[in-house]
Ligand binder design. Structure first.
Ligand code: GLN
Length: 481
C-alpha cells in the first residue's frame, strides 16, 4: 500500500474502490508505530481509528452518503480539542486534561468522515519555533533527525512529511504553521484572520492566531479549507465566506499578476541558500507571466518586537486560568496559602512559557504600557497601513518563509532572542491579519527551504492559485525516511 499520496489522490482511490479506508488507516498506524520512536511527532494515537475507518467503508459499500474525506487519516496539533480525548498543549499543566467538546474544525472534519489518527507535538502552548519546548520531548526533522523540524506545529509538519498521515491541522500565531512547513518541506497555510473558527483551539494570542492546514500539495490545502473555513456562531471573529470553493479555478495561473518582493525580509540575516532560492522563485514567477518588483515595508524591522510584546500580553491573560485549581496535576495543598500554592504550581510550566508570563505581566502594566504595549499596538497599525498600501499596487507579496535553514537540535535553545528573530518573515501576516502560504521550494545540503506568498485579506483564493502555479514549477526529492 502506497502511503505517499496526496489527500485528493486518497479520496479518489477510495472512491474508485482501489483502496479501502480501513487498510490505509491501518497501514498509517503501522507506519506511526514503526517510525515515530525516531521522529516523535505524536503525543497520542487514536486507538479507534481503524474501527472508524471500517465504519466509513461500510457506508461507502452500502451506498449511503459519505463525507468528502472518505476516511482520510488526519493528525491534529495537541492544542485543539477532540471530545473525550487528551488535549495537553504539550504541557505538564494539561497532561491529563480530557476535552469535554470538539473544536469546530474537528466537528467539520468529522462530518466529512475524516479519521483523526492522533494528536501531534508542539512547543508548550504553541510558544516557540522548534518543538524543543514541548514538555514531552522534541520532534525531529525527517530530512535529518539531528535537526529541528521547526515549530510550534512541528508534530503536524513531521507527520505529513514522513507519511504518518495525509494532512494535518496546526495553529499559526506568528508562523507556527508556515515555519515547520518550510523546515519539513510541506505546504503550510495561514488564512485571513477570521476565515477559520478558533472555537476549541486553546488560546495563546487570540487576536492574531488562526488554525491552518499542513498538507503535501497546495490543492490539498484548498480541499481542507473548503471543509474547515466559514462562519461559526461559536467564534464571533469568524466571517461568512459564502462557502467559497478554493479548489475551483486553482489552476488559473498568474499571468499579469504584480508581485512585490518584501525588501526587509531578504536582509543581512538571510542565508545565501535561502536568498538564491528566493531569486529562483521570483524568476519562475516571472516566467509564468507575473511582474516582480521590490517593495519596502518599513515597519517589518519592528515587527518581531511588537509581536512578542502583544502575544506575551495576551498569553499572560489567556494562561492565567492555569492555576492548578480548575486545571492541573496532583499536588498537595498542605503547607501553602493561596498565592504561594498557585506560584508553586505554575512553576511546572516550561522555561519558554514562564518567560512569556514574566514579559506578559510586565509590558502592559501600569506605568510601562505606554513604553511597550501601546507602542507595539502602534507598530501593528502602522504595519497594517503599509501592507494595505502595498496591496493597492501589488496582487501578491513574496519572501522566504524563514530566513535560515533548519538548524541542529539544541543549537539555539538557550538563546531566546536568536529564536525570536527567526520569526521576522512570518509575524507580519499575523499582525496584519493577511493570508500567507509556505510552499516547499528547494533542498540545500539535504535541508528544506520554503517560499512564502502573501495576499490581501479575503484573497485566499487567488493566493492559492499563485501558490499552485509556483508549486507546478518545482520537483523535489523525496524525504529520506
Ligand atoms: N515563534 C512564535 C512564538 O513563539 C510563533 C508561535 C506560533 O505561531 N504559535 O510566539
Amino acid at each position: 500500500m502506497n502511503l505517499k499520496i496526496s489527500a485528493l489522490e486518497f479520496v479518489q482511490q477510495v472512491q474508485n474502490g482501489n483502496i479501502s479506508a480501513e487498510d490505509f488507516v491501518a497501514k498509517t498506524l503501522e507506519r506511526i508505530q514503526s517510525i515515530d520512536d525516531k521522529l516523535h511527532a505524536f503525543l497520542s494515537v487514536n486507538e479507534k481509528a481503524v474501527d472508524q475507518a471500517r465504519d466509513i467503508d461500510k457506508k461507502i459499500k452500502s451506498g449511503s452518503k459519505v463525507g468528502a474525506c472518505f476516511g482520510m487519516p488526519i493528525s491534529i496539533k495537541d492544542n485543539m480539542c477532540i471530545k473525550d480525548s487528551k488535549t495537553t498543549c504539550a504541557s505538564k499543566m494539561l497532561e491529563n486534561f480530557v476535552a469535554p467538546y470538539d473544536a469546530t474544525v474537528v466537528t467539520k472534519l468529522k462530518e466529512q468522515d475524516a479519521v483523526f489518527v492522533g494528536k501531534v507535538n508542539l512547543d508548550e502552548f504553541a510558544m516557540g519555533l522548534t518543538t524543543e519546548f514541548s514538555a514531552f520531548g522534541s520532534s525531529k526533522n525527517p530530512w535529518n533527525i539531528e535537526y529541528v523540524p521547526g515549530g510550534s506545529s512541528g508534530g503536524s509538519a513531521v507527520s505529513v512529511s514522513a507519511f504518518e498521515c495525509v494532512a494535518s491541522l496546526g495553529s499559526d500565531t506568528g508562523g507556527s504553521v508556515r515555519n515547520p512547513a518550510s523546515f519539513c518541506s510541506v505546504v503550510g497555510y495561514k488564512p485571513t484572520y477570521g476565515l477559520i473558527s478558533r472555537y476549541g483551539l486553546i488560546s495563546y494570542s487570540n487576536s492574531i492566531e488562526q488554525i491552518g492546514p499542513l498538507t503535501r500539495t497546495v490543492k490539498d490545502t484548498a480541499f481542507m479549507l473548503n471543509i474547515i473555513s466559514g462562519l461559526d456562531p461559536n467564534d464571533n471573529t469568524t466571517m461568512d465566506n459564502k462557502n467559497e470553493d478554493y479548489l475551483s479555478g486553482i489552476d488559473s495561473g498568474i499571468e499579469g499578476k504584480k508581485i512585490g518582493i518584501i525588501k526587509e525580509m531578504i536582509g543581512d540575516g538571510t542565508d545565501p541558500a535561502v536568498l538564491s532560492a528566493t531569486k529562483n522563485a521570483i524568476s519562475k514567477l516571472e516566467n509564468l507571466g507575473a511582474t516582480c518588483e521590490e517593495v519596502s515595508l518599513d515597519m517589518v524591522k519592528y515587527s518581531v518586537a511588537a509581536y512578542y510584546t502583544i502575544t506575551a500580553t495576551e498569553a499572560g491573560s489567556n494562561l492565567a486560568r492555569y492555576d492548578n485549581l480548575r486545571y492541573g496535576y496532583d499536588f498537595s495543598v498542605e503547607g501553602y496559602e493561596f498565592n504561594s500554592y498557585i506560584a508553586k504550581a505554575r512553576r511546572n510550566f516550561g522555561p519558554e512559557v514562564i518567560r512569556r508570563m514574566i514579559i506578559g505581566g510586565f509590558v502592559p502594566s501600569a506605568g510601562h504600557a505606554g513604553k511597550y504595549f501601546l507602542k507595539a499596538l502602534k507598530v501593528k497599525s502602522k504595519l497594517t497601513r503599509e501592507i494595505n498600501e502595498a496591496f493597492k499596487k501589488f496582487d501578491l507579496l513574496i519572501a522566504p518563509t524563514v530566513p535560515i535553514l533548519p538548524f541542529k537540535l539544541g543549537e539555539k535553545i538557550d538563546d531566546p532572542v536568536a529564536l525570536f528573530l527567526i520569526d521576522i518573515n512570518t509575524v507580519t501576516a499575523n499582525l496584519t491579519g493577511k493570508p500567507a502560504i509556505s510552499i516547499p521550494f528547494s533542498i540545500s545540503n539535504g535541508l528544506p527551504i520554503g517560499i512564502q506568498l502573501f495576499a490581501d485579506s479575503n484573497n485566499d483564493k487567488s493566493l492559492l492559485q499563485a501558490a499552485y502555479a509556483l508549486e507546478q514549477t518545482v520537483k523535489l526529492p523525496e524525504v529520506p525516511i
